[in-house]
Write a protein that binds this ligand. Structure first.
Ligand code: DQA
Length: 143
């Protein structure tokens, strides 16, 4: 099994960015945590980040070739992007929405996710562990 982890805008700044909300772990720290667990679960992962909406669209489209599941932290594009939503529904690769923070406990504009209706499910609020929960969900996606 091969799982593609995609991270959207500003997630490259984790560690420095609003640590009260996002904590002190960098994206590299999170990647390491995910890699360690993936190794134990004997699944392959790829981990990418982009600040560009179009690049995330390209990667979701490319996931059709060789990936079984996408885990997507779309950052702020979650709340704005019909293009990401359309890419997910067009490609039909099962996609899990993930967030570090509990978006539902934050500003009202974060309560709306354009991608949630086309994702298998949403995981949020567990900090870096949201990614581990998402990995476990991905591994067990077919029951
Ligand atoms: C986030 C939540 C989004 O609302 C925000 O725009 C982010 C990070 C999270 O992981 O908690 O950039 O996706």
């Amino acid at each position: 099994m091969k799982i593609l982890f995609l991270n959207g805008p500003n997630l490259n700044l984790l560690g420095q960015r609003e640590p009260g909300i996002y904590g002190s772990a960098t994206l590299a720290d999170i990647e390491k945590k995910v890699r360690d667990r993936a190794k134990k679960l004997k699944v392959e992962i790829e981990f990418r980040q982009s600040n560009w909406e179009g690049e995330l669209v390209d990667w979701i489209q490319q996931a059709r070739e060789g990936f079984d599941v996408v885990v997507l932290n779309a950052g702020a594009y979650t709340h704005t992007s019909i293009a990401l939503r359309d890419a997910i529904s067009a490609t039909k690769v099962p996609t899990i929405e993930v967030h570090l923070s509990n978006v539902h406990a934050r500003e009202e504009f974060r309560h709306k996710s354009f991608i949630a209706p086309v994702c298998v499910g949403q995981i949020c609020g567990f900090g870096p562990n949201s990614y581990i929960v998402a990995l476990e969900a991905a591994v067990n996606i077919n029951g």
